[in-house]
Design a protein around this ligand. Structure first.
Ligand SMILES: Nc1ncnc2c1ncn2[C@@H]1O[C@H](COP(=O)(O)OP(=O)(O)OP(=O)(O)O)[C@@H](O)[C@H]1O
Ligand SMILES: [Mg+2]
Length: 321
Protein backbone atom coordinates (compact mmCIF):
# COMPACT_ATOMS: atom_id res chain seq x y z
CA UNK A 1 0.00 0.00 0.00
CA UNK A 2 1.17 3.51 -0.77
CA UNK A 3 -0.15 6.17 1.58
CA UNK A 4 0.11 9.91 1.17
CA UNK A 5 -1.06 11.73 4.27
CA UNK A 6 -1.45 15.54 4.14
CA UNK A 7 1.56 15.89 1.84
CA UNK A 8 2.70 19.43 1.03
CA UNK A 9 5.47 20.61 -1.23
CA UNK A 10 6.67 24.09 -2.19
CA UNK A 11 9.09 25.19 -4.89
CA UNK A 12 10.38 28.74 -4.32
CA UNK A 13 7.39 29.69 -2.12
CA UNK A 14 4.97 28.32 -4.70
CA UNK A 15 2.79 25.59 -3.24
CA UNK A 16 2.93 22.79 -5.79
CA UNK A 17 1.30 20.07 -3.68
CA UNK A 18 -1.33 21.24 -1.19
CA UNK A 19 -2.45 18.76 1.41
CA UNK A 20 -2.56 15.61 -0.71
CA UNK A 21 -4.02 12.54 0.96
CA UNK A 22 -4.47 9.42 -1.14
CA UNK A 23 -4.12 5.70 -0.59
CA UNK A 24 -3.12 3.35 -3.38
CA UNK A 25 -3.81 -0.33 -2.77
CA UNK A 26 -1.50 -3.21 -3.55
CA UNK A 27 -1.92 -4.64 -7.06
CA UNK A 28 -3.99 -1.68 -8.19
CA UNK A 29 -3.57 0.40 -11.37
CA UNK A 30 -4.04 3.94 -10.09
CA UNK A 31 -4.21 7.04 -12.28
CA UNK A 32 -3.25 10.62 -11.57
CA UNK A 33 -4.65 12.94 -14.20
CA UNK A 34 -4.57 16.70 -14.64
CA UNK A 35 -3.37 19.59 -16.75
CA UNK A 36 0.23 20.59 -17.28
CA UNK A 37 1.64 22.10 -14.09
CA UNK A 38 -0.95 20.43 -11.82
CA UNK A 39 1.83 18.78 -9.83
CA UNK A 40 1.53 15.23 -11.17
CA UNK A 41 5.23 14.56 -11.79
CA UNK A 42 6.17 16.20 -8.50
CA UNK A 43 3.74 13.89 -6.70
CA UNK A 44 5.26 10.84 -8.37
CA UNK A 45 8.79 12.02 -7.62
CA UNK A 46 7.90 12.56 -3.97
CA UNK A 47 6.64 8.96 -3.78
CA UNK A 48 9.98 7.52 -4.88
CA UNK A 49 12.08 10.11 -3.09
CA UNK A 50 13.51 11.83 -6.17
CA UNK A 51 12.35 15.07 -4.57
CA UNK A 52 11.63 15.82 -0.92
CA UNK A 53 8.28 16.93 0.48
CA UNK A 54 7.91 19.62 3.13
CA UNK A 55 5.28 18.15 5.44
CA UNK A 56 2.92 15.21 5.81
CA UNK A 57 3.92 11.61 5.34
CA UNK A 58 4.47 9.25 2.44
CA UNK A 59 4.61 5.55 3.27
CA UNK A 60 5.35 2.74 0.86
CA UNK A 61 4.47 -0.67 2.29
CA UNK A 62 4.50 0.97 5.72
CA UNK A 63 8.01 2.44 5.27
CA UNK A 64 8.38 6.20 5.52
CA UNK A 65 9.84 7.85 2.41
CA UNK A 66 12.51 10.04 3.97
CA UNK A 67 14.99 11.70 1.63
CA UNK A 68 17.44 12.31 4.50
CA UNK A 69 17.90 8.60 5.23
CA UNK A 70 19.84 7.86 2.02
CA UNK A 71 20.49 4.17 2.69
CA UNK A 72 16.90 3.36 3.51
CA UNK A 73 15.69 5.50 0.65
CA UNK A 74 17.78 3.71 -1.93
CA UNK A 75 16.46 0.32 -0.72
CA UNK A 76 12.95 1.72 -1.01
CA UNK A 77 13.68 3.07 -4.49
CA UNK A 78 14.77 -0.40 -5.54
CA UNK A 79 11.20 -1.53 -4.87
CA UNK A 80 9.84 1.06 -7.31
CA UNK A 81 10.57 0.97 -11.04
CA UNK A 82 9.93 4.09 -13.09
CA UNK A 83 9.32 4.87 -16.77
CA UNK A 84 9.17 8.25 -18.48
CA UNK A 85 7.82 9.97 -21.58
CA UNK A 86 11.26 10.21 -23.20
CA UNK A 87 12.27 6.61 -22.32
CA UNK A 88 15.68 7.62 -20.81
CA UNK A 89 17.63 4.81 -22.50
CA UNK A 90 21.39 4.95 -22.86
CA UNK A 91 22.06 5.41 -26.57
CA UNK A 92 25.34 3.54 -26.71
CA UNK A 93 23.96 0.41 -25.02
CA UNK A 94 21.89 -2.22 -26.82
CA UNK A 95 18.52 -3.46 -25.58
CA UNK A 96 20.07 -6.21 -23.47
CA UNK A 97 22.55 -3.91 -21.74
CA UNK A 98 19.96 -1.20 -21.16
CA UNK A 99 17.75 -3.73 -19.38
CA UNK A 100 20.73 -5.06 -17.39
CA UNK A 101 21.82 -1.58 -16.26
CA UNK A 102 20.01 -1.39 -12.87
CA UNK A 103 21.52 -4.77 -11.94
CA UNK A 104 25.01 -3.39 -12.64
CA UNK A 105 24.20 -0.36 -10.54
CA UNK A 106 23.32 -2.64 -7.63
CA UNK A 107 26.47 -4.74 -8.09
CA UNK A 108 24.53 -7.81 -9.22
CA UNK A 109 26.57 -10.18 -11.43
CA UNK A 110 24.88 -9.78 -14.82
CA UNK A 111 26.86 -12.73 -16.21
CA UNK A 112 25.32 -15.26 -13.83
CA UNK A 113 22.92 -17.76 -15.44
CA UNK A 114 20.04 -16.44 -13.28
CA UNK A 115 20.68 -12.85 -14.32
CA UNK A 116 20.96 -13.76 -18.01
CA UNK A 117 17.73 -15.78 -17.78
CA UNK A 118 15.92 -12.95 -16.06
CA UNK A 119 17.04 -10.28 -18.55
CA UNK A 120 16.13 -12.48 -21.53
CA UNK A 121 12.75 -13.36 -19.99
CA UNK A 122 11.93 -9.70 -19.47
CA UNK A 123 12.92 -8.83 -23.02
CA UNK A 124 10.66 -11.64 -24.16
CA UNK A 125 7.84 -10.42 -21.90
CA UNK A 126 7.89 -7.01 -23.57
CA UNK A 127 7.99 -8.65 -27.02
CA UNK A 128 11.49 -7.66 -28.13
CA UNK A 129 13.35 -10.99 -28.31
CA UNK A 130 14.26 -10.27 -31.94
CA UNK A 131 15.74 -6.87 -30.98
CA UNK A 132 17.95 -8.08 -28.13
CA UNK A 133 21.09 -6.48 -29.59
CA UNK A 134 19.59 -3.46 -31.33
CA UNK A 135 20.58 0.03 -30.28
CA UNK A 136 17.91 2.54 -29.18
CA UNK A 137 18.28 4.50 -32.43
CA UNK A 138 17.23 1.36 -34.31
CA UNK A 139 13.95 1.14 -32.37
CA UNK A 140 10.56 2.83 -32.72
CA UNK A 141 9.13 4.90 -29.84
CA UNK A 142 6.88 2.06 -28.72
CA UNK A 143 9.80 -0.38 -28.78
CA UNK A 144 11.96 2.03 -26.75
CA UNK A 145 9.24 2.25 -24.12
CA UNK A 146 9.11 -1.56 -24.03
CA UNK A 147 12.85 -1.60 -23.27
CA UNK A 148 12.30 0.98 -20.53
CA UNK A 149 9.54 -1.17 -19.04
CA UNK A 150 11.78 -4.28 -19.04
CA UNK A 151 14.54 -2.23 -17.41
CA UNK A 152 12.14 -0.93 -14.76
CA UNK A 153 11.20 -4.53 -13.88
CA UNK A 154 14.67 -6.05 -13.69
CA UNK A 155 15.07 -5.56 -9.92
CA UNK A 156 11.68 -7.18 -9.20
CA UNK A 157 9.91 -4.03 -8.02
CA UNK A 158 6.55 -4.15 -6.28
CA UNK A 159 5.54 -0.85 -7.82
CA UNK A 160 5.86 0.67 -11.28
CA UNK A 161 5.62 4.46 -11.60
CA UNK A 162 4.77 5.73 -15.08
CA UNK A 163 5.19 9.43 -15.85
CA UNK A 164 3.41 10.24 -19.14
CA UNK A 165 4.74 6.93 -20.46
CA UNK A 166 2.57 7.00 -23.56
CA UNK A 167 2.40 10.75 -24.24
CA UNK A 168 4.97 10.58 -27.06
CA UNK A 169 3.29 7.63 -28.77
CA UNK A 170 0.48 7.48 -31.30
CA UNK A 171 -2.93 6.07 -30.24
CA UNK A 172 -2.51 2.50 -31.48
CA UNK A 173 0.97 2.14 -29.93
CA UNK A 174 -0.40 3.74 -26.74
CA UNK A 175 -3.05 1.01 -26.57
CA UNK A 176 -0.38 -1.69 -27.00
CA UNK A 177 1.81 -0.25 -24.24
CA UNK A 178 -1.20 0.08 -21.92
CA UNK A 179 -2.13 -3.56 -22.60
CA UNK A 180 1.41 -4.54 -21.71
CA UNK A 181 1.16 -2.60 -18.43
CA UNK A 182 -2.13 -4.34 -17.70
CA UNK A 183 -0.52 -7.73 -18.34
CA UNK A 184 2.36 -6.87 -16.01
CA UNK A 185 -0.12 -5.81 -13.34
CA UNK A 186 -2.18 -9.01 -13.66
CA UNK A 187 0.57 -11.56 -14.14
CA UNK A 188 3.24 -10.14 -11.83
CA UNK A 189 0.92 -8.47 -9.31
CA UNK A 190 2.79 -5.17 -9.62
CA UNK A 191 1.05 -2.02 -8.37
CA UNK A 192 1.10 0.62 -11.12
CA UNK A 193 0.73 4.38 -10.77
CA UNK A 194 0.03 6.11 -14.06
CA UNK A 195 0.53 9.87 -14.34
CA UNK A 196 -1.05 11.29 -17.47
CA UNK A 197 -2.94 14.15 -19.04
CA UNK A 198 -4.69 11.73 -21.40
CA UNK A 199 -8.17 10.67 -20.41
CA UNK A 200 -7.94 7.68 -22.78
CA UNK A 201 -5.09 6.22 -20.71
CA UNK A 202 -7.09 6.40 -17.50
CA UNK A 203 -10.19 4.98 -19.18
CA UNK A 204 -8.33 2.02 -20.62
CA UNK A 205 -6.44 0.74 -17.60
CA UNK A 206 -6.98 2.59 -14.31
CA UNK A 207 -9.14 1.09 -11.59
CA UNK A 208 -9.17 4.36 -9.64
CA UNK A 209 -8.01 7.85 -10.47
CA UNK A 210 -7.31 11.19 -8.80
CA UNK A 211 -7.93 14.43 -10.65
CA UNK A 212 -5.25 16.93 -9.68
CA UNK A 213 -5.52 20.67 -10.17
CA UNK A 214 -3.14 23.30 -8.76
CA UNK A 215 -1.65 20.71 -6.42
CA UNK A 216 -4.99 19.59 -4.98
CA UNK A 217 -6.99 16.42 -5.45
CA UNK A 218 -10.37 17.74 -6.59
CA UNK A 219 -11.94 14.37 -7.33
CA UNK A 220 -11.12 10.73 -6.73
CA UNK A 221 -12.88 7.53 -7.74
CA UNK A 222 -13.40 5.03 -10.50
CA UNK A 223 -12.76 6.63 -13.92
CA UNK A 224 -16.39 6.10 -14.89
CA UNK A 225 -17.56 7.95 -11.76
CA UNK A 226 -15.30 10.89 -12.53
CA UNK A 227 -15.91 11.23 -16.21
CA UNK A 228 -19.54 10.25 -16.73
CA UNK A 229 -20.79 12.82 -14.26
CA UNK A 230 -17.84 15.17 -13.92
CA UNK A 231 -17.51 18.02 -11.45
CA UNK A 232 -17.08 21.48 -12.99
CA UNK A 233 -13.27 21.40 -13.01
CA UNK A 234 -13.10 17.95 -14.60
CA UNK A 235 -15.61 19.08 -17.22
CA UNK A 236 -13.40 22.08 -17.98
CA UNK A 237 -10.41 19.77 -18.23
CA UNK A 238 -12.28 17.54 -20.65
CA UNK A 239 -13.56 20.65 -22.45
CA UNK A 240 -16.78 18.86 -22.85
CA UNK A 241 -19.99 20.72 -23.52
CA UNK A 242 -23.45 19.31 -23.84
CA UNK A 243 -23.88 21.75 -26.71
CA UNK A 244 -26.83 24.11 -27.05
CA UNK A 245 -29.80 22.74 -25.23
CA UNK A 246 -33.41 23.77 -25.91
CA UNK A 247 -34.66 26.66 -23.75
CA UNK A 248 -38.23 25.29 -23.72
CA UNK A 249 -39.28 22.48 -21.39
CA UNK A 250 -36.83 20.66 -19.10
CA UNK A 251 -33.47 19.15 -20.03
CA UNK A 252 -32.62 16.03 -18.07
CA UNK A 253 -29.28 14.31 -18.25
CA UNK A 254 -29.35 10.56 -17.66
CA UNK A 255 -26.36 8.47 -16.69
CA UNK A 256 -26.27 4.83 -17.61
CA UNK A 257 -24.09 2.61 -15.50
CA UNK A 258 -23.09 -0.97 -16.24
CA UNK A 259 -26.36 -2.30 -14.75
CA UNK A 260 -28.63 -0.07 -16.75
CA UNK A 261 -26.83 0.62 -20.03
CA UNK A 262 -28.33 -2.32 -21.91
CA UNK A 263 -31.94 -1.57 -21.08
CA UNK A 264 -33.97 0.52 -23.48
CA UNK A 265 -35.08 2.62 -20.50
CA UNK A 266 -36.08 5.74 -22.39
CA UNK A 267 -38.36 4.14 -24.96
CA UNK A 268 -39.93 2.02 -22.25
CA UNK A 269 -40.41 5.11 -20.09
CA UNK A 270 -42.09 6.97 -22.95
CA UNK A 271 -44.49 4.06 -23.43
CA UNK A 272 -45.16 3.49 -19.71
CA UNK A 273 -45.74 7.18 -18.95
CA UNK A 274 -47.24 8.07 -22.30
CA UNK A 275 -44.91 11.04 -22.75
CA UNK A 276 -42.91 12.54 -25.61
CA UNK A 277 -39.25 13.36 -25.41
CA UNK A 278 -36.52 14.49 -27.74
CA UNK A 279 -32.86 13.49 -27.54
CA UNK A 280 -30.53 16.51 -27.42
CA UNK A 281 -27.15 14.96 -26.83
CA UNK A 282 -25.63 11.58 -26.09
CA UNK A 283 -22.32 9.90 -25.55
CA UNK A 284 -21.02 6.40 -24.94
CA UNK A 285 -17.72 5.73 -23.25
CA UNK A 286 -15.60 2.58 -22.94
CA UNK A 287 -14.09 2.06 -19.52
CA UNK A 288 -11.86 -1.00 -19.43
CA UNK A 289 -14.39 -3.69 -20.35
CA UNK A 290 -17.54 -1.68 -19.51
CA UNK A 291 -19.56 0.73 -21.58
CA UNK A 292 -21.17 3.70 -19.88
CA UNK A 293 -23.23 6.42 -21.35
CA UNK A 294 -24.97 9.67 -20.79
CA UNK A 295 -27.90 11.18 -22.61
CA UNK A 296 -29.66 14.53 -22.43
CA UNK A 297 -33.39 14.48 -23.17
CA UNK A 298 -35.81 17.36 -23.40
CA UNK A 299 -39.30 16.86 -21.93
CA UNK A 300 -42.39 18.97 -21.15
CA UNK A 301 -42.42 20.81 -17.82
CA UNK A 302 -45.55 19.00 -16.65
CA UNK A 303 -43.91 15.55 -17.20
CA UNK A 304 -40.79 16.27 -15.13
CA UNK A 305 -41.99 14.91 -11.77
CA UNK A 306 -43.32 11.69 -13.26
CA UNK A 307 -40.15 11.13 -15.23
CA UNK A 308 -37.84 11.72 -12.28
CA UNK A 309 -39.86 9.32 -10.13
CA UNK A 310 -39.75 6.74 -12.94
CA UNK A 311 -35.97 7.09 -13.32
CA UNK A 312 -35.45 6.76 -9.55
CA UNK A 313 -37.55 3.63 -9.63
CA UNK A 314 -35.39 2.19 -12.45
CA UNK A 315 -32.22 3.25 -10.59
CA UNK A 316 -31.06 5.49 -13.43
CA UNK A 317 -28.98 8.47 -12.27
CA UNK A 318 -30.31 11.78 -13.51
CA UNK A 319 -29.76 15.48 -13.20
CA UNK A 320 -31.91 18.38 -14.33
CA UNK A 321 -29.72 20.78 -16.31
N1 LIG B 1 12.52 21.46 -9.67
C1 LIG B 1 11.61 22.42 -9.70
N2 LIG B 1 11.92 23.69 -9.30
C2 LIG B 1 10.99 24.66 -9.30
N3 LIG B 1 9.71 24.49 -9.66
C3 LIG B 1 9.35 23.27 -10.08
C4 LIG B 1 10.27 22.17 -10.14
N4 LIG B 1 9.62 21.08 -10.58
C5 LIG B 1 8.35 21.46 -10.82
N5 LIG B 1 8.18 22.76 -10.53
C6 LIG B 1 6.91 23.52 -10.63
O1 LIG B 1 5.91 22.78 -9.96
C7 LIG B 1 4.68 22.84 -10.65
C8 LIG B 1 4.19 21.44 -10.94
O2 LIG B 1 5.07 20.83 -11.85
P1 LIG B 1 4.92 19.30 -12.30
O3 LIG B 1 6.06 19.00 -13.19
O4 LIG B 1 4.76 18.45 -11.10
O5 LIG B 1 3.55 19.35 -13.11
P2 LIG B 1 2.90 18.23 -14.05
O6 LIG B 1 1.48 18.11 -13.60
O7 LIG B 1 3.73 17.02 -14.05
O8 LIG B 1 2.94 18.95 -15.47
P3 LIG B 1 3.17 18.30 -16.93
O9 LIG B 1 1.84 17.67 -17.32
O10 LIG B 1 3.51 19.46 -17.79
O11 LIG B 1 4.27 17.30 -16.84
C9 LIG B 1 4.92 23.70 -11.88
O12 LIG B 1 4.50 24.99 -11.59
C10 LIG B 1 6.43 23.63 -12.06
O13 LIG B 1 6.90 24.81 -12.67
MG1 LIG C 1 4.77 16.03 -15.52
Amino acid sequence: MIELIHVKKEFDNLEVLSDISITINDHEIYGIIGQSGAGKSTLLRCINGLVSYDSGEIRVGGELVDIKDKKKLSLLQKRMGMIFQNFNLLNRLDVYDNVALPMKFWGIDTKSPEAIKKIKNLIELVGLSDKMHSLPRELSGGQKQRVAIARALVLDPEILLCDEATSALDPSITREILSLLQKINKEMGITIIVVTHQMEVVKQICERVSFLKDGRVLAEGKPEELFIKPIKEVKQFLQEESGHLPSDGVNIQLFFTDESSDEPVITKMARDLNIDYSICWGKLEDFRSNVFGSLVINVKNEDQDNICRYLDDKKVLWEVL
